[in-house]
Design a protein around this ligand. Structure first.
Ligand SMILES: [Zn+2]
Length: 332
């Protein structure tokens, strides 16, 4: 591990055929340790595209962290034409604190609603700005890893840009290569939302957001399965970009959805009735909310025929919060 003072990705890429990793220091903490951005680079022997993957913009969504580490370990630079750059935990403070947000900010900042960041903002905004300016803008494509975190469960699903242009086509090809069954179309780009893939698109960089799992899957065998899925997907995206000279894998089980977030009115104890990947008919019950005495206070009904992509996995849910992500299957 090394510390990258005055990190310059293009300068690093000039030294080919190596693996290198370390910390990019951003600012000191009161205990004199540093808030840093961890980075791993597998720099191919031959020049080629720079494929970036980042995880833990939300600190509790750590499947991507382990997926990036596994991908990095599997790569052989002498056989690569191009580079894999991984940021295993962009919001490293939040990752260490086991939370979505980072305690270093006076007011909580949602990093994946705050891109491109702000060098004059709070520390999380400054981390976002550094990442955007010095890493993202120098990449040819980006995989942004997310997941269910502490409270949600998410089926493997890859969000891609669907705006009918060349960048979108590339983004769709990346989403397919990622290999997750569900493909989620984003039909409207709103960079003001501060979400990384939409910001990347506005810079002309194809981007996908891949979501998988959640802490609720960790004690089951799903954890290992999820990490392998991520790593297999990243390697396949590298094949798509010819960074790895191997035949790209195609998947015939994939389907496309448009997503709807479904909200409840009252909080309480949430008991899911339909689990990830299950189909629900319009009118069927998705979740029952009961109060502290076991009485039903709310019930979430499927508003259309769909596939359960995500749901609230924690016992307690809050009033007026969304508890299900239901995918409406679309033909493309
Ligand atoms: Zn997330």
């Amino acid at each position: 591990m090394q510390t990258f003072e005055n990190f310059d990705l293009r300068r690093e890429l000039k030294q080919r055929n190596r693996k290198v990793y370390g910390m990019i220091p951003i600012a000191r903490k009161p205990d004199d340790s540093w808030i840093s951005i961890p980075i791993v680079m597998a720099i191919g022997k031959e020049e080629g595209p720079v494929i970036l993957a980042e995880a833990c913009a939300h600190g509790d969504e750590s499947e991507g962290t382990e997926g990036i580490i596994k991908t990095f370990n599997r790569l052989e630079p002498e056989k690569m034409a191009g580079t894999f750059v991984g940021v295993p935990a962009l919001n490293l403070g939040a990752f260490a604190q086991m939370r979505r947000y980072c305690d270093y900010d006076f007011v909580p900042v949602d990093l994946n609603r705050s891109f491109p960041g702000n060098p004059k903002g709070s520390i999380t905004l400054a981390v976002g700005d550094y990442y955007t300016e010095n890493i993202l803008k120098k990449a040819d494509a980006v995989i942004s890893m997310h997941g269910g975190g502490n409270y949600l469960y998410l089926e493997p699903v890859t969000l891609y840009q669907n705006y009918g242009d060349e960048i979108s086509e590339r983004s769709r090809a990346m989403a397919k290569a990622m290999g997750f069954d569900a493909l989620w179309q984003n039909n409207v780009c709103v960079p003001e939302n501060g979400i990384l893939d939409e910001i990347a698109y506005s810079y002309g960089i194809p981007a996908i957001t891949a979501e998988i799992g959640g802490q609720s899957t960790r004690i089951a065998d799903r954890r290992k399965e999820n990490i392998e899925k991520i790593s297999d997907g990243m390697l396949n995206v590298l094949r798509l970009w010819d960074v790895i000279d191997e035949t790209i894998l195609a998947f015939d089980s994939q389907y496309h959805v448009e997503m709807e977030y479904l909200f409840i009115n009252h909080g309480g104890i949430c008991t899911p009735q339909k689990l990830g990947g299950e189909r629900a008919k319009q009118g069927e019950t998705l979740a029952i909310i009961t109060n502290i005495f076991g009485e039903e206070v709310d019930r979430l009904i499927a508003p259309f025929d769909g596939i359960v992509i995500g749901y609230w996995a924690y016992t307690v849910c809050q009033p007026k919060s969304w508890v299900y992500m239901l995918g409406r299957e679309v033909e493309v």
